[in-house]
Ligand binder design. Structure first.
Ligand code: FOL
Length: 208
């Protein structure tokens, strides 16, 4: 049973992107993303699983995301990783479907051991596909690390994540306490409304 954690920053109307990039620039929020997805016990690594558009949206100097196993999904069998990936700073795997990606991430030959934690880092279609995995299947999303962007509204977003909190689900989502979030993260996470560049947001964790 592979447990998957979605990590996402989304507005109150679930906006996550605009013109193939993040609608905001929040340095501390991005450090939280980097720290939580990179934190793994000595000798192990987490996996960051993403769709092809998300891979291409990561600035070249940051991809592959360091200290994490990068798993990219593209149904286009001709898709080749951009050549800048030759600078092998972190392992990168390309898969043509979510099923094979999850399969290999949970018991990979190449990885030697399985990933410590597996994070789904977007985008919208990968969030949708993974949220739809039934709880009975071999992999399932049981946790969402949601950074809720409270204001401004960012109405110009052109990509939205599914409204997982309102969608009918066999098991309801419950918001963790801030203490539970910190315990799972393994480090101190700022509590309450944060502000950067005039943008207000809050770190939340939801489980089911
Ligand atoms: N989740 C949250 N909470 N915030 C995000 O910004 C976010 N972004 C994505 C997925 N989940 C998210 C997808 N987009 C980088 C860039 C875009 C991106 C994900 C990661 C990136 O460059 N990350 C670097 C940090 C660079 C820095 O410190 O500025 C990394 O090492 O993780």
């Amino acid at each position: 049973m592979t447990k998957l954690t979605i990590i996402v920053a989304a507005t109150l109307t679930n906006g996550i992107g605009q013109n193939s990039r993040l609608p905001w620039r929040l340095a501390k929020e991005m450090s939280y993303f980097a720290r939580i997805t990179s934190s793994a016990p000595e000798g192990s690594m987490n996996a960051v699983i993403m769709g092809r558009n998300t891979w291409e949206s990561i600035p070249k100097k940051f991809r592959p995301l360091s200290k994490r196993v990068n798993v990219v999904i593209s149904s286009n069998k001709q898709y080749e990783m951009p050549p800048d990936t030759a600078t092998v700073t972190a392992p990168v795997f390309l898969h043509s479907s979510l099923e094979t990606a999850l399969d290999r991430t949970s018991h990979s030959e190449k990885l030697q051991t399985s990933a410590h934690r597996s994070f789904i880092i977007g985008g919208a279609s990968l969030y949708r596909d993974t949220l739809a995995l039934p709880p009975s299947s071999s992999s399932c999303v049981d946790r969402v690390l949601l950074t809720r962007i409270l204001s401004p509204a960012f109405e110009q977003c052109d990509v939205y994540m599914p409204d997982f909190l309102s969608a009918a689900s066999e098991s309801p989502w419950r918001r963790s306490t801030h203490e539970e979030l910190q315990t799972w993260a393994g480090f101190e996470v700022p509590e309450g409304v944060q502000e950067e560049n005039g943008v207000q947001y809050e770190f939340q964790m939801w489980t089911r």
